[in-house]
Design a protein around this ligand. Sequence first.
Ligand code: DGL
Length: 262
Amino acid sequence: MDDRRIGVFDSGFGGLTGLRELVRVLPHEDVVYFGDTGRVPYGGRSADTIARYTAEDIRFLRGFGVKAILVACGTASTVLGRLGSFDIPVLGVIEPAAEAALAATKNGRVGIIGTAASIRSGAYERALGGKCETFAAACPLFVPLVENGRFRRGDVVIETVAREYLEPMHDFGCDTLILGCTHYPLLGEIIADILPGVTLIDPGAEAADRLGRLLASEGLETSRDGDGSVEYYVSDDPEGFSRLASIFMGREVRENATKVEI
Ligand code: DGL
């Protein structure tokens, strides 16, 4: 048993989709969440810059003495291999998503969507290890559209953009699609309308499941049995935190976020 907290971070608020899944899998754990809102988005930056930011995010969370870190950000997860090893589990979303995609695909064709940096990194293809055919597409407009509330079915703007991004996926004939960015699970219905019958993989959910199994196998679960708490930190103005956080958590978030320099 280990009652230390779990650290979760993202480039901003999108990682709250991963936090939501973590709370589902591990409801008793206390969590400290960091959103690097002062430097978001990561998805259009170079691998070197993303690696530097990611190392700083991890160092910040380690300052809380956390027992494990979930890297909820798809883009940050692509650079984890460059950062060496850690003496606590630091789990990204790439490998759990790849494993789930390989388990799900029947026709051996897996699509991958993500930020420009994630797609450029080739991290998902490496994790899939040549065990299936892949087709990857960057969808850079998805993040700002979702953050501006344009993620609901019937919204002609997001539906038009999504159709344009996903049409090649349709031609590729994938039966499984990795939603390789924190914001994309919110577009699940729209994507399913465009790619009917395709299994959508939510990397945050897969990573949360894997972290749950890991804590259990290492004896690192909390001994507490009440609802866990979440403490939120951001690197820029916490104004508007509740509104955006509520979108990504899928429920009303009443807690405030504390602004920090990292
Ligand atoms: N959180 C990022 C990701 O999952 C999306 C936002 C950004 O570009 O920073 O890739």
